[in-house]
Write a protein that binds this ligand. Structure first.
Ligand code: GLN
Length: 488
């Protein structure tokens, strides 16, 4: 591995900054230049050199004063779902084109206070609805491993930026897999913590009972550093944030895996799983056995039901959350309109893309009188059963392992007019989301076309440290997380 700044990762870069071998301004300039050189990947939606360099200069001043904060001076870029006062915030939607928030999302603020330097805002599917980043209203993002393929979604720009070395780390959000699946497709490490561990304040809402923020970076070690900075209660601003103090997730890294019981759900290895992905996952499980873990066959019998359940509950919540985009409070307003109702209609028809409209319609339908009991209420009941299935499984295992997605990244345009093809590909990430459990994606090898494959690790509530350690041990024995796409 060369010593170039973009090959270092968060922990190593922080060490260089602390040793004053490189300044925060130099590091920021390096990544801004790389982003300019690789604009064709479509990773960024907003950058502002003056803002970034001012933050870097402030970090340099703290470093010069002997401040030893672990993330001080390290650059990061944010998914454009997080609102930021220094950059526009669009959620990948025309509805919010050019919108400036008067405040920073809690996660953004926490990372800024930790001294991280913001490189800008990253592309994503519109309002985080999608699995390929093709639902971005602005531009598709491209997978650096093969620019004819999707990077995954909805945090596609985040995964592209990290995989191509345009940022050492990024924030993402995961409602039904949007941190784990793009991490898998782009060969990076990402973790979605337990629902409620990181504040949702300032995350533009999609499905509030599922939305959760998390870090995306090269390694589990880097994710541990970042996660330590963004967890913790935010009682005044997010009533669903949990009263569980922040943790130092780096502390347990390196613990032996001797005796770790890894549950292997048979439903994750059925017909739908591509053979190339299966081979990679099997090899990863064998590595864990080599390290002293034991594999325990388990069952998550309602895995298939996670798809219809999620695609009822998430649109239901979205239809309610997105009612705020009415042309009055903020964002787009139709230039030509008649009365107030006509203004609402034209504004929303112009501002939202097809997938968002589809979800608003499905959501309004399943919540409507006469269908609420048949769809929404049933879905809520099965959601609870899915959560119970996990608790049953955790009686016999410590963590659960399987694929993140049934295939490697598909080609741009492949799912064209077939939203169901996207929905079905979410099958392995949705169950943990519905249960509110932490989950992560760990680079585990390469499949068809030389595309990366991620191993998914799912833990019980608040077991992030255990997951990160399991990933870290795997990364000490393998180098998949260090491989780089050719040309980056
Ligand atoms: N692909 C899923 C969806 O389209 C999940 C998206 C997400 O996690 N934000 O809803």
């Amino acid at each position: 591995m060369s010593g170039a700044l973009h090959d270092l990762g968060v922990a190593a870069l922080a060490a260089r900054l602390k040793a004053r071998e490189v300044s925060a301004v130099e590091a920021a300039q390096h990544f801004l230049a790389r982003s300019r050189a690789h604009q064709a990947l479509g990773a960024y939606l907003a950058e502002d050199e003056a803002v970034t360099l001012a933050q870097a200069a402030a970090a340099d001043a703290r470093l010069a004063a002997g401040d030893t904060a672990p993330l001080l001076g390290v650059p990061i870029a944010h998914k454009d779902i997080f609102v930021t006062k220094d950059f526009p915030s669009t959620a990948g939607s025309k509805m919010l084109a050019g919108y400036r928030s008067p405040f920073d999302a809690t996660v953004v603020r926490q990372l800024a206070e930790a001294g991280m330097v913001s490189l800008g805002k990253l592309n994503c599917d519109e309002f985080a609805m999608g699995s390929s980043n093709e639902n971005s209203a602005f531009q598709p993002a491209k997978n650096p491993w093969d620019a004819t393929r999707v990077p995954g979604g909805s945090s596609g720009g985040s995964a592209v930026a990290v995989a191509a070395g345009l940022a050492p780390a990024a924030t993402g959000t995961d409602t039904g897999g949007s941190i784990r699946q793009p991490s898998s497709f782009c060969g990076i490490t990402g973790i979605k913590p337990t629902y409620g561990r990181a504040s949702r304040y300032g995350m533009i809402a999609f499905a509030s009972s599922l939305d959760q923020a998390g870090p995306m970076a090269r390694s589990a070690q880097d994710c541990a550093l970042l996660l330590s900075a963004i967890c913790g209660p935010d009682p005044d601003r997010d009533s669903t944030s949990l009263d569980v103090p922040a943790e130092d997730f780096s502390r347990g890294l390196g613990d032996s895996l001797q005796g770790l019981r890894i549950g292997v759900p048979k439903e994750f290895f059925g017909e739908g799983l591509a053979a190339d992905v299966r081979a990679v996952i099997d090899a990863a499980l064998a590595e864990y056995v080599k390290q002293g873990a034991t594999l325990v066959p388990i069952s998550l019998p309602r895995t298939e039901l996670a798809i219809p359940v999620y695609y009822i509950i998430a649109p239901a919540e979205a239809s309610s959350n997105l009612s705020r985009f009415d042309g009055v409070k903020f964002g787009h307003r139709a230039a030509q309109h008649g009365d107030l109702l006509d203004m609402y209609k034209k504004t929303r028809a112009e501002g939202f893309g097809d997938e968002v409209k589809r979800r608003i319609m499905i959501g309004a339908y399943v919540l409507s009188h006469g269908y609420y009991d048949a769809y929404y209420l049933q879905a809520q009941k099965i959601r609870r059963m899915i959560a119970d299935d996990f608790q049953q499984a955790f009686k016999t295992c410590d963590v659960i392992a399987g694929p993140v997605a049934p295939t490697v990244a598909w080609h741009l345009g492949d799912h064209g007019n077939d939203p169901l093809a996207d929905y079905l590909a979410d099958i392995f990430t949705l169950p943990a989301s519905l249960a509110g459990l932490p989950g992560m994606s760990v680079p585990a090898g390469f499949g068809e076309g030389g595309m990366p494959v991620g191993l998914q690790l799912i833990g019980n509530y608040f077991s992030e440290a255990k997951l990160l350690n399991a990933a870290h041990r795997f990364q000490q024995a393998t180098d998949f997380h260090l491989r780089r796409p050719a040309g980056y």
